[in-house]
Design a protein around this ligand. Structure first.
Ligand code: GLN
Length: 454
């Protein structure tokens, strides 16, 4: 994989940092253990992985795609990083992302965009475009992404790979640099559903270092994936969300989705139509809640604690140094979100904006609850369109935000969701994803249906 990275990463730009020596050392440790006659520490021991650059790593930089953190070395490993190391997974390097995970294309990275291996002129999705592109380009068999509004599933869909957002609280957020703490969740990016399940089991589970981590057994995702591989979905009830589709969706994407639903039926699933009327308001609610939390979380980048410091020359006050550093260190999208969030949280506006958005969030959660009384999983296209061209949406934030139309509801409700490859669009020959959604703590259902379908 290191050779492959050397061959193709100038073209893909999936990596911000390659950890060649560290990865080889970790692989040698696995070999040494086997040579001594000991059993491997996990089913993924020795299988290399690409890590999104939002997870802290003591032996590698962690930039979150931002100038603000350029040159910063975290003093501790994220829990996800630690679990990977303990499982004998060599970490190939850190992957490119939209700055602080805000975006849908990796074009907001301060270090230049990643490219879609299917078409170099197109985006690999975002914010975790580097992770999914590395898997699609065979630079890594496994990667870790994080999904606040779709950043694992949308890149998975547009690169023809699997992406899973586990139940909120299922995977520790300790050491995951926070964007929107009530939504952020790390998960697997892989080429098959079974690979995703194996990785899910390595990273999931209760962590006392994260107060929102769920203290419950990890859902039996590997067993569910194996059951799914038998190709039998008899007894599974699938709901098609009526509100997803129509204007703004490419006809090729919708045709692929109809074919996917037919295939689920052919595998034995019972398919019904389900209405989730408040999903229409998910996008506006998200773009109040996520920026509000981000404006608070990113206050810690104050020029004192981390990385960049501008104007510290004796001629500026501490406040000026903070403001010069934030001016130089943050990109346009991050500044836009901080301003939106600060505005939405200001006194007098709080109830109108943030308060309303929280009420919508509750209504969306109730839509899901009502739907899951009737069906085991919900399905939809993962994205309204296939990969768009680099540059096409950079000047139009609304167009960029629409990429997450179908993925955001599961984040707001804290539910589990997966994108699984659904063939190529008959319109432009680019990958399309099928989104599968399950209730919180029922991640195993995604794996059963996803493995049967893929
Ligand atoms: N594209 C969405 C945003 O820009 C989602 C990002 C994410 O999931 N990290 O906020």
């Amino acid at each position: 994989h290191l050779d492959r990275i050397a061959q193709v990463d100038d073209f893909v730009h999936a990596f911000l940092h390659v950890n060649a020596d560290g990865a080889v050392e970790a692989a040698r440790a696995v070999d040494a253990r086997l040579a001594a006659g000991d059993a491997p520490v996990s089913p993924l021991a020795g299988v290399p992985l690409a890590l999104k650059d939002v997870m802290t790593t003591v032996d590698m930089p962690t930039t979150c795609g931002s100038r603000t953190l350029e040159g910063w070395r975290p003093p501790y490993d994220a829990t996800v990083t630690r679990r990977l190391r303990e499982a004998g997974v060599p970490i190939l390097g850190k992957t490119n992302m939209d700055e602080f995970a805000m975006g849908s294309s990796t074009e907001n990275s301060a270090f230049g965009p990643s490219h879609n291996p299917w078409d170099h002129a197109r985006i690999p999705g975002g914010s975790g475009g580097g992770s999914s592109a590395s898997v699609a380009a065979f630079e890594a068999p496994l990667a870790i992404g994080t999904d606040t509004g779709g950043s694992i599933r949308q890149p998975g869909a547009v690169t023809g790979t699997v992406g899973v957002k586990p139940t909120y609280g299922g995977v520790s957020r300790y050491g995951l640099v926070a964007f929107s703490s009530s939504l952020d969740q790390a998960g697997p990016c892989t080429r098959t559903v079974l690979d995703a399940a194996l990785l899910h089991e390595v990273i999931a589970g209760h962590d006392p270092m994260d107060s929102t981590s769920i203290d419950a057994p990890v859902p039996p995702v590997v067993a569910a994936a194996r059951q799914g591989l038998t190709g039998d979905l008899t007894g599974v009830k699938v709901g098609v969300v009526k509100e997803f589709g129509g204007d703004g969706y490419q006809p090729g994407v919708l045709r692929s989705f109809e074919a996917a639903v037919e295939q689920l039926r052919a595998l034995g699933a019972e398919v019904v139509e389900v209405s989730c009327p408040h999903f229409t308001y998910a996008l506006p609610a998200y773009y109040l809640i996520a920026p509000s939390e981000c404006s608070s979380n990113l206050a810690r980048f104050d020029a004192m604690r981390y990385g960049l410091r501008v104007g510290d020359d004796g001629g500026h006050s501490a406040e000026e140094v903070m403001s010069l550093t934030r001016e130089a260190g943050f990109g346009a999208e991050v500044k836009r979100r901080i301003m939106l969030g600060t505005y939405a949280l200001s006194s007098g506006y709080y109830d109108a904006y943030y308060g309303s958005a929280q009420k919508v969030r509750t209504l969306i959660t109730r839509d899901f609850e009502a739907a899951f009384e009737r069906v085991d999983v919900l399905v939809s296209p993962t994205t309204p369109t296939t990969a768009f061209k680099i540059g096409e949406r950079v000047d139009d934030p609304m167009a960029m935000y629409l990429a997450d139309l179908c993925t955001i509801p599961s984040n707001l409700a804290g539910n589990a969701a997966m994108s699984v490859p659904s063939g190529l669009s008959d319109e432009d020959g680019l990958p399309v994803g099928l989104q599968i959604m399950a209730p919180a703590l029922a991640d195993d259902r995604l794996y059963r249906v996803g493995a049967a379908y893929e």
